[in-house]
Design a protein. Structure first.
Length: 188
C-alpha cells in the first residue's frame, strides 16, 4: 500500500503584506529627509516608491488580485495608524489634509496600478514597455492625487522644477523595477 503524502503549501503571503506595510511606513518616515538637486529639496522616499508598486504587483502575480487588494488595505490602514501615532508621540495635532493627501495618493495610485497590471497580465504577453509605463503612470497618479489634495498648501515657486526632477528620477528608477517584474514568474 502506497502512502500518499499530502503536500501542504505554506501561505507566505503575509510576509509580503508585512513588507509592503513596512515600506509604506518607511516612505512616510523618509519624507522629511531631502537631497538638493538644482536648488530643489527632493525627498529620499522617491527611491522606494517604485518598490511599493512592485510588491503589490508581485503579490498579485504570485497569489491573486484579492490578496493584493487586502495588502493595499492593510498597508493603508497601518500607514494612517503610523501617521496618527507619530503625530501623537511628537505632541502635534493631527492635520487632516496631511493624512488625507498621503492616504488618498497611496490608495488611489495603488488601485490604478493594480487594475492596469491585471489587465496587462490577462490580455497581453506582459511586454516590458507596458509594465514600465504602468509603473510610471502609477507614480504620476500618486503625485497628481497628492498634489490635488495639497493644492491649497502648494507654493508654486519652484514647484514645477521639483515635480519634473522627481518624475525624472522615478523614470530611471522604474526601469530596473520593470525588468525584475518582467522576469518574475506567475503563480506559486
Amino acid at each position: 500500500m502506497k502512502k500518499k503524502q499530502l503536500e501542504t503549501e505554506y501561505n507566505d503571503c503575509w510576509i509580503y503584506v508585512l513588507l509592503l506595510t513596512t515600506l509604506t511606513i518607511l516612505i512616510q518616515s523618509l519624507k522629511s529627509y531631502t537631497i538638493t538637486i538644482k536648488g530643489c529639496a527632493i525627498s529620499y522616499n522617491i527611491f522606494l516608491i517604485p518598490g511599493i508598486y512592485y510588491l503589490t504587483n508581485f503579490i498579485c502575480k504570485k497569489y491573486d488580485y484579492k490578496k493584493s487588494v487586502a495588502a493595499i488595505a492593510i498597508s493603508g490602514v497601518a500607514f494612517v495608524g503610523f501617521m496618527v501615532a507619530m503625530e501623537f508621540a511628537l505632541g502635534r495635532g493631527i492635520v487632516l489634509s496631511n493624512l488625507v493627501g498621503d492616504f488618498c495618493g497611496y490608495v488611489v495610485s495603488q488601485f490604478v496600478n493594480l487594475m492596469i497590471y491585471v489587465f496587462i497580465m490577462n490580455n497581453t504577453r506582459s511586454p516590458f514597455i507596458l509594465i514600465y509605463l504602468n509603473y510610471l503612470f502609477s507614480i504620476i497618479v500618486y503625485y497628481m492625487i497628492y498634489t490635488l489634495i495639497y493644492l491649497n498648501l502648494v507654493i508654486l515657486d519652484g514647484y514645477w522644477l521639483k515635480y519634473f526632477i522627481t518624475i525624472g528620477i522615478e523614470v530611471v528608477l522604474c526601469f530596473p523595477v520593470a525588468l525584475i517584474d518582467k522576469h518574475t514568474k506567475r503563480g506559486r
